[in-house]
Design a protein around this ligand. Structure first.
Ligand code: IPM
Ligand code: MG
Length: 368
């Protein structure tokens, strides 16, 4: 059998730095666990625009469609702020999500014990937190038509459209229920059915799918604003949260911060199964390109490394190896290693991006 294939798209800002550390982990699995991947690397985002005048070439899109999994760093930067919308770095990422039809975005928010004091919330509120946000990723206001800025009389009008079909809601609801069954069997669905028709439909369809196929899972509904409040008040009441594209964008950043740092959180974006049974998949950290610290060795590579752990689990059926990698991360945190984003106000000496990556490789060695 041929090796599983990976397309690596480091992207912009801190993307390349954190991805270099992931490459060390991938090499480790090849050398020490006989898990060898065929890796190709390519451009996405601002760097692709600089090289080709587009944030994602058709060739790269084609490669992404034909690998077992894509690993992405981050896209964007102030240099590209004034570009036309159609060629902004973010469009490269959005095109990947849309054309690969990666409708279920899994964003775990897990609080590592060693970092419980680092959250802006009290340690007993976040200690041991382990929730999963499932964000619909290929529809909603991110993609709905009509959209644009046009003139009406003397003034400009900006338009975006929130639009969901029944089948789009049903498939992401199924992903949430399936996942809940492998966790604590609880799903909370969030929308704004009090003000939006798309929210009314969302609630109806989730309720129908639940009754027909997943009655064993505990289901609740919340308005997304109340959900945001509950997430900060007592986040441990949740297991799986399922929500739309825009609310999911906001709520996952909020949930990420509960855990102490955006630099810790991975994500998986999954689509329908391919011919080989693996889901179409893209893995990326939740954090952005952090242009302010790019190139300084300050970035935390853990979110990107944990994204690779998710790839091991969800694309390559290597749940035990994923757990090994997650444990290695826990070990270095318990040993007190901190990148700059994990330093409290009292300061201290942070380790660099590469030091963090090397320490995780050593912890992997020690796990054998
Ligand atoms: C995310 C990011 C993206 C989004 C941007 C970079 C397009 O914020 O993945 O959460 O809004 O989806
Ligand atoms: Mg976001």
């Amino acid at each position: 059998m041929s090796n599983p294939s990976l397309l690596i798209l480091p992207g912009d800002g801190i993307g390349p730095e954190v991805m270099s550390e992931v490459r060390k982990i991938i090499d480790w699995y090849g050398a020490k666990r006989g898990l060898t991947f065929d890796v190709t690397e390519d451009l996405v985002g601002g760097c692709a625009y600089d090289a080709h005048g587009t944030p994602l070439t058709d060739e790269t899109m084609e490669k992404a469609q034909n690998v077992d999994a894509v690993l992405l760093g981050a896209v964007g930067g102030p240099k590209y702020d004034n570009l036309d919308f159609s060629v902004k770095p973010e469009r490269g990422l959005l095109r990947l999500r849309k054309e690969m039809d990666l409708y279920a975005n899994l964003r775990p928010a897990q609080c590592f014990d060693a970092l419980a004091d680092f959250s802006s919330l009290k340690a007993d509120v976040v200690g041991g937190l382990d929730i999963m946000i499932i964000r619909e990723l290929t529809s909603g206001v991110y993609f709905g038509e009509p959209r644009g800025i046009h003139k009406e009389g003397n003034e400009r009008v900006g338009v975006n459209t929130q639009r969901y079909t029944e089948s789009e809601i049903a498939r992401v609801a199924r992903s949430a229920f399936e996942l809940a069954r492998r966790r604590n069997n609880k799903v909370c669905s969030m929308e704004k059915a009090n003000v939006m028709e798309s929210g009314v439909l969302w609630r109806q369809v989730v309720t129908e799918v639940h009754a027909a196929e997943y009655a064993d899972v505990e289901l609740s509904h919340m308005y997304a604003d109340a959900g945001a409040m509950q997430l900060t008040r007592w986040p441990k009441q949740f297991d799986v949260i399922v929500t739309d594209n825009l609310f999911g964008d906001l709520l996952s950043d909020l949930a990420a911060m509960l855990t102490g740092s955006l630099g810790m959180l991975p994500s998986a974006s999954l689509g329908a199964p391919m011919a080989n049974g693996r889901p179409k998949a893209l893995y990326e950290p939740v954090h952005g390109s952090a242009p302010d610290i790019a190139g300084q060795g300050k970035a935390n590579p853990i979110a990107c490394i944990l994204s690779f752990a998710m790839a091991l689990r969800y694309s390559f059926d290597q749940g035990d190896e994923a757990t090994r990698l997650e444990k290695a991360v826990e070990t270095v945190l318990a040993d007190g290693l901190r990148t700059a984003d994990l330093m409290g106000p009292e300061g201290g000496a942070p380790v660099s991006t590469t030091q963090m990556g090397d320490a995780i490789v050593s912890a992997l060695d020690a796990s054998l």
